[in-house]
Design a protein around this ligand. Structure first.
Ligand code: NAP
Length: 273
């Protein structure tokens, strides 16, 4: 009982520290964050905007975009919103048209992912495989490619992909999803090598189990949550702010000498390929 109260207080403390983040490392920079109307993406949008960035918030549903933009504006943050399903070329075009209007892109965070089927990798349907790879991997590659003309004009070009701890140790229930996220680790290395001569950094963050809607299959029932917690040495689930702070570091000047890396933020879960 005492231990769970202690761990709960740790999570609250992290939230509070993150919401008090008051540095202005990103003043004047323009950031596009995909899938940023909820969960980890929304926390990244909030954190980068709090650090001074002008942020383009986006996701598939107009009502979600409107709500996130209104909420963040009410907090006094400089944000605009665009509807963007990352697998749709015309939507991605609108995203970058918006960053151009704001003065040109400095930071791309590719955060969108889907997992339409639960189960082992070889049990998945071909259509699930295609959808997962289209959104989780191909859209990340296309976003990075399409962001380049603007990033090349920036003095602080940054790309961050969001992978997962299951990219290292695939979870049985997240078969194809895990494989698509392992491929993102490769995309990070390859793109970082290619863009290093242009001073554009490319990094990745691999979150552990973070309390969001996406993770409800792993956190909803007491039994599954216990099985998950048994694999986390820190003994607690993560919160979105555990990830947004890492992204803020990578896209700021403090992270300017880091490229081609994946930072695992997973409470100590195993992370060997
Ligand atoms: P979440 O809380 O469920 O939020 C999902 C967000 O994605 C929503 O804003 C949703 O808005 C948007 N979205 C979904 N499909 C999209 C698409 N095709 N194009 C654009 N936006 C889309 O999810 P999350 O947990 O924050 O996950 C964010 C990222 O973290 C994902 O890449 C995920 O793989 C990764 N991750 C999560 C965990 C975890 O435990 N939560 C762990 C490791 C990695 P709309 O419905 O309006 O589109």
């Amino acid at each position: 009982m005492l231990k769970s109260k202690f761990l709960y207080n740790c999570a609250l403390q992290i939230r509070k520290m993150s919401s008090n983040a008051s540095c202005s490392r990103l003043t004047g920079r323009v950031a596009v964050i995909t899938a940023s109307t909820d969960g980890i993406g929304l926390a990244i949008a909030r954190r980068l905007a709090r650090e001074g960035a002008k942020v383009v918030v986006s996701s598939r549903r107009a009502t979600n975009v409107e709500k996130a933009v209104n909420d963040l504006k009410q907090e006094g943050l400089n944000v605009t919103g665009v509807v963007c399903h990352v697998a749709k070329a015309e939507d991605r075009k609108k995203l970058f048209a918006e960053s151009e209007k704001l003065g040109g892109l400095d930071i791309l965070v590719s955060n969108a992912a889907v997992n339409p089927e639960i189960g082992g990798v070889l049990d998945a349907s071909e259509s699930a495989w295609d959808k997962i790879f289209d959104v989780n991997l191909k859209a990340s590659y296309l976003l990075a490619k399409e962001a380049l003309p603007q990033l090349r004009k920036s003095k602080f070009g940054r790309i961050v992909f969001i992978s997962t701890i299951s990219a290292y140790v695939p979870l049985d229930v997240l078969g194809v999803y895990s494989v698509s996220k392992t491929a993102l680790l490769g995309l990070t290395k390859a793109a970082a090598n290619q863009l290093a001569p242009e001073n554009i950094t490319v990094n990745c963050v691999a979150p552990g189990v973070i309390k969001t809607r996406f993770a409800t299959t792993l956190t909803e029932s007491d039994e599954t949550r216990k099985q998950v917690l048994d694999k986390i040495p820190l003994g607690r689930l993560g919160v979105p702010e555990n990830i947004s702070g890492v992204v803020a570091l990578l896209v700021s000047d403090d992270g300017s000498y880091i490229t081609g890396e994946t930072i695992v933020a997973a409470g100590g879960m195993t992370s060997h390929l």
